[in-house]
Ligand binder design. Structure first.
Ligand code: C2E
Ligand code: MG
Ligand code: MG
Length: 692
């Protein structure tokens, strides 16, 4: 064999060797095209030799990132080649394989490097997996989760960094010691016994546990312990992992505090109170002892809030809460229901109904007394009373009922003048439900046409009817005629007074229009009562104007009766009255003398008439002070240029006295009660038969 042949055979051997090698290898020519590639690398690329040799370049089989990386490496490689560059190979089928590549330049027979390269590459897939696994293991073991490994006797063998961070103990502090070193002393022997039993029988345990740090502080951890390989053999080791949940616990506590307690006063809130109420009810039915719900509402809270702001209001609530807490026994609940409403829940009162009610009253009175003591709110001294409603619990089934009943009783206490207490009673409930039924009926009354206006004559000094007051009557389908004293306050509470009041005005205008067309009635003035709530509507003036226009009446015949309560909003009232007066409407001040309006505010109102309340008229004959009041009103009206009319005139004597004092206009049963319009018209045709 000549040298040439030897060389060729050697080269073939080398090729075979490369082909069989457990690494990838290829050669490229001057322009970087494959000239050789071994079997393994062909397999990596998923190609056959013919596709590659003289056709394609290795960089075509790299990810873009690896292509860039290779270019950089080549730029610095010079003549020497490069080692261990990690690249990602992409096979024809799209599989990515990490490789580590080494390259050397081929050399000529004199050892001079040539352009072409030969490479040797190793598959790094497994290495990568291994490294990844290492990394995950490291993260896990050095994560925020504390970990330790013990032997079967609980002797600590190994701990991680997080263990040290969480407990303050270094590995050297604890290795060789039992887990007892972490014990907080807060769990009893039974607790640990259960833990070990679970471990020995199931190979695992998890739960909440209090442990002690190196600095002595206690923390709460969520601990899970498992015995690797449990079941096949007796556990040789336990792996414990834990995380600190002290912060979570505090957060939980805060959340439950928020969910169950009022943040301002730190009293129980409505939700927790309902729970307690259920418990108390259950306990009461077992023990046969009574309990009571006291619903407390402050009488002057709103005034304070409005005049001195919420901060003062908050201070008052806090002080009230404090006083209440001191007043009740340890086991009794004090709750804030919201706003200025509090509830005290008393349990374990006497078994005897009367005695337990007496006890509840006694505590209620104590509360009233304590709450009525002066408060110091910063610089402000403040007085505030409370109203209390009480419902007794034994017969009751539901907590909601009890609260509602106590609330209802509280409203009765308010109605009774405040700073007092009321017990809930069935009669009260009946009254309330009657009230509710009536309100429902009242809603339908307009639609059903159950209202009617009656007219009560107003008479002058010559006994001539000069006008009338329109008084509303409700013809209820079951109850017959319902007096306005019964339903007007209800209508005012529920805003029903607005449509009703409008109907009254509309009907009154229609009546005036009919009277205007008749010579015997066209002089009549009609007085119409207007509620404060009705008068306060923004568009009240516009409503009246609209009614005057559509009914085409002479507005001077319409007289609106207002009451002293409207003087509360003096500016608005004056403005509206002026506007209405410009339209030609007249005004009378009803029930004059019963309100508390000051004389100066009264003189600002553009009134045409004062109407002396019937309570003064009734007593003026026998009571000196009443007579003086009447005289004063008459004198005042006359000197302010207003007409004065007396209502409720029932006797000739009253009329005579009134006339003597200068009151020349009268209304009352002496002349006629309020009657339907046909009867009223009849009155006009005959001289008045004065009945007393
Ligand atoms: P008021 O405006 O002071 O009406 C006078 C009340 O005194 C009427 O009662 C009338 O029937 C009664 N009365 C008249 N003469 C005598 C008498 O000689 N002796 C006695 N003891 N009473 C007499 P009524 O009709 O029951 O009305 C009660 C109150 O209801 C009215 O008091 C008024 O405030 C209100 N009201 C009546 N109708 C309406 C209305 O249409 N709208 C509004 N907002 N309130 C009305
Ligand atoms: Mg009136
Ligand atoms: Mg009146």
């Amino acid at each position: 064999m000549d040298f040439e042949d030897k060389l060729a055979s050697l080269s073939q051997d080398v090729s075979k060797l490369y082909d069989a090698a457990p690494f990838g290898s290829h050669c490229v020519d001057e322009d970087g095209t494959y000239t050789e590639i071994n079997a393994l690398e062909l397999a990596w690329l998923g190609c056959n030799r013919e596709e590659l040799i003289g056709q394609r370049k290795p960089e075509e089989f790299l990810t873009p990132t690896s292509q860039k990386k290779l270019q950089q490496v080549l730029a610095h490689a010079g003549n020497h080649g490069f080692n261990d560059v990690e690249l990602d190979l992409v096979s024809k089928g799209g599989n990515i394989r990490p490789i580590s590549i080494n390259a050397t330049r081929c050399a000529d027979s004199h050892g001079k490097p040539l352009r072409p390269w030969r490479t040797v590459s190793f598959d790094m897939t497994d290495a990568h997996r291994w490294r990844e696994r290492q990394r995950i293991a490291a993260i896990a073991f050095e994560s925020l989760t504390g970990m330790y490994v013990t032997d079967s006797n609980g002797v600590i063998l190994q701990v991680n960094q997080a263990f040290t961070t969480l407990t303050g103990y270094n590995a050297s502090d604890v290795q060789g010691k039992t887990t007892h070193i972490l014990s907080s002393g807060l769990h009893d022997a039974a607790f640990y016994q259960e833990l070990w039993t679970a471990l020995k029988t199931t190979g695992q345990w998890q739960g909440e546990i209090h442990n002690r740090r190196k600095d002595g502080s206690v923390f709460t951890e969520w601990l899970s312990i498992s015995a690797p390989g449990f079941g096949q053999e007796l556990a040789k080791q336990y792996v414990a992992s834990f995380f600190d949940i002290t912060a979570n616990k505090a957060y939980q506590a805060e959340i439950s505090q928020m969910a169950y307690f009022d943040p301002l006063t730190e009293l129980t809130n409505r939700r927790l109170l309902s729970d307690r109420l259920c418990q108390t009810l259950a306990a009461a039915s077992r023990s046969r002892l009574h309990g009571a719900v006291l619903y407390i509402d402050l009488d002057n809270f709103k005034a304070l809030n409005d005049s001195h702001g919420h901060e003062a209001g908050d201070q008052l609530l806090k002080q009230v809460a404090k006083r209440l807490r001191v007043l009740v026994r340890e086991g009794d609940s004090v709750a804030r229901m919201g706003g200025d409403e509090f509830v005290v829940l008393l349990d374990g009162l006497a078994a005897d109904a009367v005695e337990s009610a007496r006890q509840a009253r006694h505590i209620g009175e104590k509360i009233l007394h304590e709450l009525a003591q002066p408060y110091q709110l910063g610089d402000l001294g403040f007085l505030c009373t409370a109203s209390i409603g009480i419902s007794m619990l034994l017969e009751q089934e539901s907590g909601t009922d009890l609260l509602q009943q106590a609330d209802l009783a509280m409203y009765q206490a308010k109605k009774a003048g405040r700073n007092t207490l009321r017990f809930f009673s069935t009669a009260m409930q009946q009254a309330v439900s009657a009230h509710a039924t009536m309100e429902q009926d009242l809603r339908n009354a307009l639609r059903l046409g159950q209202f009617e206006l009656h007219f009560q004559p107003q008479v002058n000094a010559a006994d001539r009817i000069v006008g009338a007051e329109a008084l509303l009557r409700w013809q209820h389908h079951q109850r017959g005629a319902v007096a306005p004293g019964e339903f007007i306050p209800l209508a005012e509470e529920s805003a029903l007074i607005l449509p009703i009041g409008h109907w009254v005005l509309e009907t009154a205008c229609a009546q005036l229009k009919r009277w205007e067309g008749n010579a015997s009635t066209h002089h009549l003035q009609l007085a119409v009562n207007v509620s404060a709530r009705q008068f306060r509507q923004d568009d009240f003036v516009a409503q009246v104007q609209e009614l005057i226009n559509t009914s085409a009446i002479n507005p001077a015949r319409l007289k609106l009766e207002i009451t002293e309560s409207m003087v509360l909003d003096l500016d608005d009232t004056v403005a509206k009255m002026r506007a209405l007066r410009l339209l030609g409407v007249h005004f009378s001040m009803d029930d004059f003398g019963t309100g508390y309006s000051s004389l100066s505010s009264l003189t600002r109102l553009p009134l045409d008439q004062l109407k002396i309340d019937r309570s003064f008229v009734r007593n003026m004959g026998h009571s000196h002070p009443e007579a003086i009041v009447v005289q004063t009103i008459i004198g005042m009206g006359n000197s302010l240029g207003m007409e004065v009319i007396a209502e409720g005139v029932e006797t000739q004597a009253q009329r005579a006295l009134l006339m003597q004092n200068g009151c020349l206009c009268y209304q009352g049963y002496l002349f006629s009660p309020a009657v339907p319009v046909a009867q009223f018209d009849a009155l006009l045709l005959q001289p008045l038969r004065i009945s007393a």
